[in-house]
Design a protein. Structure first.
Length: 249
């Protein structure tokens, strides 16, 4: 059992879309489906219970992960500060749930669903295969982001607007500048602003530094627009019905 917590794990690497990964995706998919179609007329008590379950899950996953790193003396400022987009989404989602302050939602909706969904489909677990703690933690933390944002959208009733897309683009560029300055100070590479990831990634298709950062801007805008598309289509479909209702009244 200890081997599944060891940092020098010698077992098989993460099996992308293997049985364990597919099981995890099925669990997350089932929870999302329940939020969309299974949870009818949620009560305030039910919403509160769900909110605190998500808070507890976030804290358990993140505190145990950083505790695991400290235990093995593996934590360092170059790689473990919450300065990647997914880290912003994790801690931002936790903040919204605890404080019930939903102002960051319209930005985190794009950061979280755009980044965390990709991280669930292609987890950066590396040599840690399931059921190792690191693989479970990676899948769990990003899944919680997606579940939380869908919970806030479908159950709580929040939604982004077209202006939210612009705000998210501004935010990501401001963050890139700030994070790049921090990277230069601590010799880090958060948000991959100074070099590409060491492992294969989408950045490999976008040219050398700094050109891949330039092309990432277009990819981010396209992804954010795609994430907003369901709301734009819904508004477009509802607009004629609202106009007819007003005409009849």
């Amino acid at each position: 059992m200890n081997q599944y917590f060891a940092i020098d794990y010698q077992g098989p690497a993460f099996d992308l879309f293997g049985p364990g990964h597919l099981l995890a995706l099925a669990i997350v998919g089932s929870i999302i489906a329940f939020l969309f179609w299974g949870w009818r007329d949620p009560t305030e008590t039910g919403k509160e219970r769900a909110r605190w379950i998500l808070v507890g899950a976030f804290l358990l996953v993140e505190v145990s992960y950083h505790g695991w790193l400290f235990y093995y003396d593996a934590w360092n400022v170059q790689t473990h500060l919450p300065l990647h987009l997914c880290s912003f989404s994790i801690w931002g989602s936790l903040y919204m749930l605890i404080a019930r302050d939903y102002r960051p939602y319209e930005i985190l909706y794009f950061f979280g669903l755009g980044g965390a969904t990709q991280a669930i489909l292609t987890p950066a677990a590396g040599d840690f295969g399931l059921p190792h703690f690191r693989a479970i933690q990676t899948l769990s933390s990003h899944s919680l982001v997606v579940i939380t944002l869908i919970y806030l959208t479908v159950i709580v009733g929040l939604r982004p607007t077209w202006r939210s897309v612009i705000k998210a683009m501004i935010a990501i560029n401001v963050l890139m500048v700030i994070v790049t300055c921090i990277n230069l100070l601590i010799d880090g590479n958060y948000m991959y602003t100074l070099r590409k990831p060491d492992t294969a990634s989408l950045f490999d298709l976008l040219g050398p530094w700094p050109w891949y950062l330039f092309w990432t801007e277009f990819l981010a805008f396209g992804l954010f627009a795609l994430l907003y598309l369901p709301f734009a289509l819904r508004d477009r479909i509802r607009a004629p019905a609202i106009t007819r209702q007003r005409g009849e009244s």
